[in-house]
Design a binder for this molecule. Sequence first.
Ligand SMILES: Nc1ncnc2c1ncn2[C@@H]1O[C@H](COP(=O)(O)OP(=O)(O)OP(=O)(O)O)[C@@H](O)[C@H]1O
Ligand SMILES: [Mg+2]
Length: 252
Amino acid sequence: MVLLEADKITKRFGGLVANDSISFEVKNGELLGLIGPNGAGKTTLFNCISGAHQIDSGRILFDGKDITKLNSYEVARLGLARTFQIYVASGDLNVLENIMVGCFMRTSSTAKAKSMAEAVLKELELTDIAKSMMNELPVAVQKRVTMATALGTSPKLLLLDEVAAGLNPSEIENIMTVIRYIHEKMGITVVLIEHVMEMVMKLSQRVIVLDYGKKIAEGDPSSVVRHPDVIRAYLGERYAREYAATRPDSGA
Ligand SMILES: Nc1ncnc2c1ncn2[C@@H]1O[C@H](COP(=O)(O)OP(=O)(O)OP(=O)(O)O)[C@@H](O)[C@H]1O
Ligand SMILES: [Mg+2]
């Protein structure tokens, strides 16, 4: 079953076409990677899908409904959540309360929102820092909290925008475990924007590549990194060989 369908999404900023007639589908239960050089239009695509931007043309269907004209709150209520590349936590709220904000989308009861938020903290092994303020926490933990905040809204589809940026290799391993858990154990469909290619290669079932606002490639991870346009626009020859070798199905 198709959960998200983007049909020729176009978004312009003045003369710049940040998303140029991009079409793709996300199947229910899938983990899709979205890659491309800086400025390719990845975050813009998340903004369009999640209702933060109104698109100039095209159509977006989510879970069988036309969400093209909906705002971010309406889209989130339907079960589409995202993290932000630059996350600004609500300054006066602790971790638990930040997550409760999302839970209030599903309930008007404070007690129910609290127990929902506590359940999310437990799933992501964050119970110990429930009372901490965001700016007191190490970056790696903050990243996990941003995912917890999105999960508080009980999404069907989670859009992750560079949750591994700025992390060291062991923190990246850790965040991959969290993403696998969200995808496999919690059963949530995931689209992942990421520059850490090792992560994209290990986690994604399928990858889409953007360059200058256009979709230039789509397919399984090992064939996408061998695609001449992807090598030219993003990876370079040497890296393409290395990344292909990290795939279990690469035969390397
Ligand atoms: N609100 C905006 N107003 C004007 N231009 C914008 C806006 N948001 C993005 N852009 C431009 O659109 C293009 C795509 O930006 P976007 O942030 O989507 O790229 P990205 O693929 O997420 O890049 P990165 O990997 O660096 O995060 C860039 O040229 C950017 O400067
Ligand atoms: Mg971005």
